[in-house]
Design a protein around this ligand. Structure first.
Ligand SMILES: Cc1cc2nc3c(=O)[nH]c(=O)nc-3n(C[C@H](O)[C@H](O)[C@H](O)COP(=O)(O)O)c2cc1C
Length: 199
């Protein structure tokens, strides 16, 4: 499939046929995810969830996304937050960068908060989402479909998956053969683009 066709065909799908995904395709999806960019302070991990019991437990920890249990595979996209939960010096590149981006006040609040894991989960999701998009597009290239699911109880999911303290799940990517056919997306109007400055 041409790359642009893959992008055009991608739509969120929440119903799946009861058909297994081959190991070869699963590995292609994982390999595409592993090629996604990472940052110095955030690396990713990917869980491949096929066990019915684990899928059901995960499904119950989502907000209105119990349908994920019906996907033949749920990829749990996780990240390593060791850097974030460690004690960082003021002059650390990551601290300076985060302060530039989020302000001193917010970074100081997050660094001193007693539930640092939850706080850091809040801001360390971008690389994982990029990897998840690689996964979805690779899935579409194999005529599979999926959806991002991130409205979920992250602490519960971390517990279900028995993740270590320095790893947190950021989102789920259920993938399977589509049991529904959404219309191809039309190109959004030029109103979403601006040149040089807003006005
Ligand atoms: C960052 C992100 C998080 C999302 N989280 C959820 C979710 O928790 N549950 C869900 O059903 N859909 C979720 N979606 C899917 C969106 O609802 C969907 O992308 C949107 O309706 C546009 O439809 P499309 O993907 O078919 O273009 C999420 C999408 C994005 C980009």
């Amino acid at each position: 499939m041409e790359f642009l066709d893959v992008i055009k065909k991608r739509r969120s799908v929440r119903k799946f046929k009861d058909i297994e995904i081959s190991e070869e395709i699963i590995n292609n999806i994982l390999n595409s995810a592993k090629l996604a960019p990472e940052t110095d302070t955030c690396n990713y991990y990917f869980g491949v969830i096929k066990d019915e019991n684990v899928k059901n437990e995960i499904a119950k920890a989502t907000l209105w996304a119990e349908w994920v249990a019906k996907a033949p595979v749920i990829f749990a996209c996780c990240c390593d937050i060791s850097w974030d939960i460690g004690e960082q010096k003021e002059e650390d590149y990551g601290v300076i960068g985060n302060k530039l981006r989020y302000s001193d006040e917010i970074v100081n609040f997050l660094m001193k908060h007693e539930n640092r894991k939850a706080c850091k989960t809040l801001i360390q999701s971008t690389p994982v989402y990029i990897a998840a998009q690689h996964m979805i597009l690779t899935a579409v290239s194999h005529d599979l479909r999926g959806c991002f699911v991130d409205f979920m109880d992250i602490q519960k999911i971390n517990t279900i998956l028995e993740l270590p303290e320095h790893v947190t799940c950021q989102l789920l990517v259920p993938i399977g053969y589509a049991g529904e056919i959404p219309r191809e997306k039309s190109n959004r109007s030029d109103k979403v683009v601006f040149y040089d400055k807003w006005q």
